[in-house]
Each structure stands twice: as C-alpha cells, then as structure tokens.
Design a binder for this molecule. Structure first.
Ligand SMILES: [Zn+2]
Length: 107
C-alpha cells in the first residue's frame, strides 16, 4: 500500500496517495543543491584560479565587453548551461565586475 495523506479537495477532506510530485520536487532540490556545491567547489579549485588568471594575463586585464579593466574571468556560455566548457579556453573571456553583473541578469 502506498503512503497516504489527508488533503482538502472540493471542500472535503480526502485521503490521497502521498503526492509523488512532492518526491520529484525533493529529488530536484537535492540535485540542485549538489550542483551548486560542485559549482562552488569548481570556482574555489586551484585549476580554475590558475586558468582564470592566465586568461586575464593573456588579455592584459582588458574587459572583453567594454574594454575597461577586467577583474575576473567570465564563461561566454554559462557553466550552468554547459558544464563541460568550464575550462574550455575558447569559452573564457576577461570581464569587469560591472559587465559581469549586467550579464548575470540576462543569461
Ligand atoms: Zn566591462
């Protein structure tokens, strides 16, 4: 027997099967949390620090978007969209904080 719970439907209290969608939602949250943890670990990893520093040095700390002073390295294709491109040099560009913040709102 499936676990059941009490819910209100059309003003009446009824027993229904424990909502399987809730389970899916929990699984989704779990995987999202895991993903975020991976992202944080990636940004703190020595390989990322080294790679992003190289991108900045090679481009003389010039922001690829506005030509100002870049302070960080940006993923052209967000790693949330393509995790495999996180260390792909063709996917990396120097960027300043202002441009990165602006980009954050539309990507
Ligand atoms: Zn910029």
């Amino acid at each position: 027997m499936k676990p059941q719970k009490l819910t209100i439907a059309n003003g009446r209290r009824i027993l229904t099967d424990y909502d399987s969608r809730q389970k899916e939602y929990q699984d989704y949250n779990k995987s999202r949390w895991k993903y975020n943890k991976e992202v944080i670990q990636f940004y703190n990893s020595p390989i990322w620090r080294k790679t992003s520093k190289m991108v900045l040095l090679e481009n003389d700390y010039v922001c690829a978007v506005c030509g100002g002073e870049a302070t960080m390295t940006d993923h052209v294709v967000s790693i949330k969209k393509d995790w495999s491109k996180r260390l792909d040099r063709d996917n990396l560009q120097p960027i300043c904080k202002a441009c990165n913040d602006a980009k954050g709102s539309w990507r």
